[in-house]
Design a binder for this molecule. Structure first.
Ligand SMILES: [Zn+2]
Length: 97
């Protein structure tokens, strides 16, 4: 799999589907990858849950700055976890959804 350092996105192709960048490198186990957007309350709970599993995660507030112009919900996070944990976390998210 390839990794875009600009977007923290993993993709299988040669070009990032988010920004179109072609200079991708092979993803490494420790790379933080974008999982998706989660509701703020859910994200706070998830962070505690992942801490108990000793999994690192990053939650960035979403909906600030220019994105507010698109009237997206303010009370949410973008969730990033290390590449080696993405499968586990995605399973968790499905289980909670
Ligand atoms: Zn990109």
């Amino acid at each position: 799999m390839n990794f875009c350092e600009g977007c923290n996105r993993v993709c299988s192709g040669e070009r990032c589907p988010q920004c179109g960048r072609k200079k991708l490198r092979a993803v490494e186990e420790d790379d933080f990858c974008l999982i998706g957007r989660v509701e703020r309350a859910f994200g706070d709970g998830l962070k505690e849950q992942l801490a108990r599993e000793h999994i690192d995660c990053v939650l960035l507030p979403y909906g600030t700055g220019v994105r507010a112009n698109f009237a997206l919900p303010l009370e949410s996070y973008l969730l990033y976890v290390r590449y080696r944990d993405t499968e586990f976390v995605q399973t968790l998210l499905k289980g909670n959804g």
